[in-house]
Design a protein. Structure first.
Length: 272
C-alpha cells in the first residue's frame, strides 16, 4: 500500500509538471516512465470499473538498420511501431492523431484504421509471457492504451466519445511481423492471435481533442446480443479454418465493418 501511495504521488507530480508544458514528453520522462508494474497497478487503483483512456502514443515511420546481433533484424526495415507517449490535449483528425504516421499505408492507417487501440489489462500477461518488464503502454504500437475494455466487451460499430471526439469500432487489429521484430519474439504475432489479445481499430466520426485520463463514454451498436459482433467474435470468425457462411453474412450486414475486413470476408464467402 505504501508503494502504491508513493506511486500515485509521483504520477500526480509528473502530470502536473508535464501539463504545464503542453503536448510533449519532458526530457524523455513522464508518468509512463514509472515501473510498468506500478503503472498497471495505478490503472487498477484509479480506474476500477471505469472505461478510461490511459495513455496516448504517436510516432512517425523510422528506418531501422540491420543488426546482425538480433535474429529477427538481419535486414533493414521501416516502421512506425515505436511510438512515444504524449501528454496534454491531443488533436484527432479523420485519419488519426496529429503527429502520428504509418510506414505501410496499404495495411495500416486510413479512415477505417485511424486509431489503434490496446487494453492495458493485457500487459501483465505479456510481461510474464515474454519475461519483459518493459512491455508497457505502447508496446503493441497502439495509439490509445485503454482500461476497462477488451476484445470481448467491445463490438464492431460501438461508438466512443472521448473529450470532444467521437470514434467507431471498425475491426480487430491484425498483428504482423513488425510486432515480432520489435520485441525479438518470433511467435508474438501468432500468440496475440491465438490468445485473442489483438487490440482493435477505430475510425473517427467527429474530430476533436482528447487527453489521457479522460473517461470513454461507450454507446453500444445494438442492445440485442444476437446483433452484436464483439472484436473477439470477429477474430474467431476471421481465423477459423472452416468459414461459417451464415455468421459471415451476418457480420457483412454491419455497415460499420471496415472495408478491408469486408473485402476479406467477401473473399472467404467466394472460396466457400
Amino acid at each position: 500500500m505504501i508503494t502504491e501511495v508513493l506511486a500515485l504521488l509521483v504520477q500526480a507530480t509528473v502530470f502536473k509538471i508535464a501539463g504545464s508544458h503542453g503536448n510533449h514528453v519532458i526530457g524523455g520522462f513522464d508518468s509512463h516512465a514509472l515501473p510498468p508494474s506500478w503503472s498497471i497497478r495505478l490503472t487498477t487503483l484509479r480506474h476500477a470499473n471505469m472505461q478510461t483512456l490511459e495513455s496516448i502514443q504517436i510516432g512517425k515511420p523510422k528506418d531501422m538498420a540491420a543488426d546482425p546481433s538480433l535474429p529477427l533484424s538481419s535486414k533493414p526495415w521501416q516502421s512506425a511501431i515505436f511510438k512515444t507517449p504524449v501528454l496534454g490535449k491531443i488533436t484527432v483528425g479523420l485519419e488519426g492523431i496529429e503527429g502520428d504516421g504509418q510506414a505501410d499505408r496499404k495495411n495500416h492507417g486510413g479512415p477505417d484504421k485511424a486509431i489503434c487501440v490496446y487494453p492495458t489489462e493485457h500487459l501483465p500477461f505479456w510481461q510474464k509471457q515474454l519475461d519483459r518488464a518493459d512491455f508497457a503502454v505502447g508496446a503493441f504500437g497502439e495509439n490509445f492504451s485503454v482500461a476497462g475494455l477488451n476484445e470481448s466487451s467491445v463490438a464492431i460499430g460501438d461508438q466512443w466519445q472521448i473529450g470532444t471526439a467521437v470514434f467507431e469500432v471498425t475491426q480487430p487489429r491484425e498483428p504482423c511481423w513488425k510486432l515480432a521484430r520489435r520485441w525479438q519474439a518470433k511467435t508474438l504475432a501468432a500468440q496475440a492471435i491465438d490468445t485473442g489479445k489483438t487490440g482493435w481499430y477505430l475510425r473517427v466520426i467527429r474530430t476533436g481533442t482528447v487527453e489521457c485520463g479522460m473517461p470513454i463514454d461507450v454507446t453500444p451498436v445494438a442492445p440485442a446480443a444476437e446483433s452484436r459482433f464483439s472484436v473477439a467474435d470477429a477474430n474467431r470468425l476471421f481465423y477459423q479454418r472452416q468459414p461459417d457462411v451464415s455468421m459471415i453474412r451476418k457480420l457483412l450486414e454491419l455497415p460499420q465493418l471496415s472495408q478491408a475486413w469486408r473485402s476479406e470476408f467477401e473473399r472467404k464467402l467466394e472460396s466457400a
